[in-house]
Design a protein around this ligand. Sequence first.
Ligand SMILES: [Zn+2]
Ligand SMILES: [Zn+2]
Ligand SMILES: [Zn+2]
Ligand SMILES: [Zn+2]
Length: 673
Amino acid sequence: MTAATSIVCPDCDGTTFTLLPCRCTSFGDRFLADEEATLVQREAYRDCEQCRGTGSVAYPCHRCRRRGRRRAQLVLSVANLDTGAVASHSMVPGGLDPQPEPSGGWVVRLADRVRELAAVVGAAVTGDEPPLGLPPQWRPDLPAVRRHELEAQAIVGLDHLPWRLIVGRSEAASPVEPAARLGRLCALADLLLLDLVIEARRQGARVDWDVRYEVPGSPVPKIWLGHRDLPAALAGTDVADALTGLIERGRSAPARMLRLDGPRPPAVPAVDVDQLERRILADCVDPKTGDELPGAQALWRDGRLWHTSLRGGEPVEHLVEQPTGQVVRRVRVPLRRGCPPPDPPWLGEPIGWRRCPDCVPGSRLRSCDCRLGDRPADADCAHCGGVGMRPSALTCPTCFGTHRLPETVLVTLTDLRHRVVHLAWQSGVPEEATLVATQPGGKPVVQLPDRYRLGSWAPILGVRPEDLAEADGGHEIDYDLRGGYVTLPWARADPIVEHVRAAGRGQPGARLIVTAVRPDAPPLTELIRLALGLDLALEVSVCDLRHHAGDPLRLAGLRWSVRPRSRDAAVRPDEWPHRPTLEAALAWCVECLDDSVADAVPADPVVPIRVPAAAPDELLADPVPALLRLAARHAGQTLTVRFTRAGCAVHLHDDGGVRLLAEATDLHDLRLR
Ligand SMILES: [Zn+2]
Ligand SMILES: [Zn+2]
Ligand SMILES: [Zn+2]
Ligand SMILES: [Zn+2]
């Protein structure tokens, strides 16, 4: 017997909202509250703007997304990317096969199910699904109705991700060797002139580990996510992970020139990871008093490791407005390095800067929109009354809150292996700029010489200009920076000043770090086969803007996006292909696979999730040449091709709508109108 696959939401009893204590009750009946103060009793704030002093607020139930019902079905799917085989298992009340735990209680071992499915499709999978615990009342001798009720309760606890996809390959990937990973990260730090920081920090009773890059002079960060030990931190941190957050961490780092004429550090020697871990842990204790310290770091800088403890700095007090109308006093103790390492020899003289004209340090005042485009403030402006500044909750977009605009920006381009180019773009250096266009408002657009065009360095590093991306986060490099185009605010403005401002905006230590790496992604045909195996649609959108090449005012080249969607979903009219290359779109598709699969689940919890299966299959013929021909025929317009088990359908986006152009069982059979 199988029970229902949806139940009334246990969090809101089906009413779609929940009554919860108001946030004000954690601070009590006072306007100014201390975050750390302990309350004798929870009490509502009389003037609360959220609960009007009643102490409780009705929130829409987020667990059931205001539907009143929850899904009691979990589908596990395992796919083999090399063969296209898919196997799935649907877990519903009455079909769970619970196992007793030695410590008491009953669990469903999801990892066992995943292993069975992986064996069916011949895939090596990594990672372990944690077991699903059943409520303590569950016993095998209960009546079936009661057992199924309890099992449904356990399954709905996982309904934030009711369909889980695990993708593997036929061959297991070789595990990451922590020492080799550390060696590679250190070598890259020397190449890019960055610090590699290996940090242990106390989080309550345990010590967490983190490995990351920093621009020298970055403060010890507040926000922090850790691993359980150093080998795990190294295994879990690749180059892209270590670079993530570099900009935010280094916002306040001082900007200094790079001296590139000195001797290069020697090749990275082998580092013993266990020994390094022990040394850093030992540094987490004060050698004089034996007291526990908040943490410790080892910094790889200029070819060697420097060790330092982390200590509490001067407490900083913040007043934080609450949505309740209260103000909470929050005291934070920032960490500082006990023994900061000496400057590396490659750091040169400080870079000059000018004050940001669009914000006032220490206040929320920002340039008013009436001043946009370097106009004088509008005397009749309704927002600022002609002052030109107005309060805003957003970070200043000109300087990202640093209040400084550097006069030089240091650009580092790298293939993340062994090639690197360091450039210094300095304001005040006269350069020949060619007038290439005029903006609709009349501002001149000039183009700077080759060394200011990031795109012209791409072939030197072995990639296409559209493969250039910001090292932190992988964002595409701006079209203007790639082509060296500068829009001048007025005719006689210095183009280098404007170019430096655009490139250096908010960058740590005035350093813009750019990767020149072709994205690593499976071919489109593998992802189509995978989507078909999962009984989904793979949507590929493409827009051909190659006819804009050489026009500095318009985006040029090809734009792509690739995403799996529900088989029956309609093409979204506003779909715009965001990625500059097919490989970038494919890499993004793989990165978001978990979420896309979860989005393909029917919104209504009463509608069961399909349980897809597929035998190994041949790859389709490569549809990319046909896609390119189609896109060229409709240049300037977005095309979306949906690949499903039924065939493929070509849609054209125009006038805010979507039009079906053609359908066929195979893209190569399409007769195009
Ligand atoms: Zn309240
Ligand atoms: Zn609910
Ligand atoms: Zn204004
Ligand atoms: Zn600013």
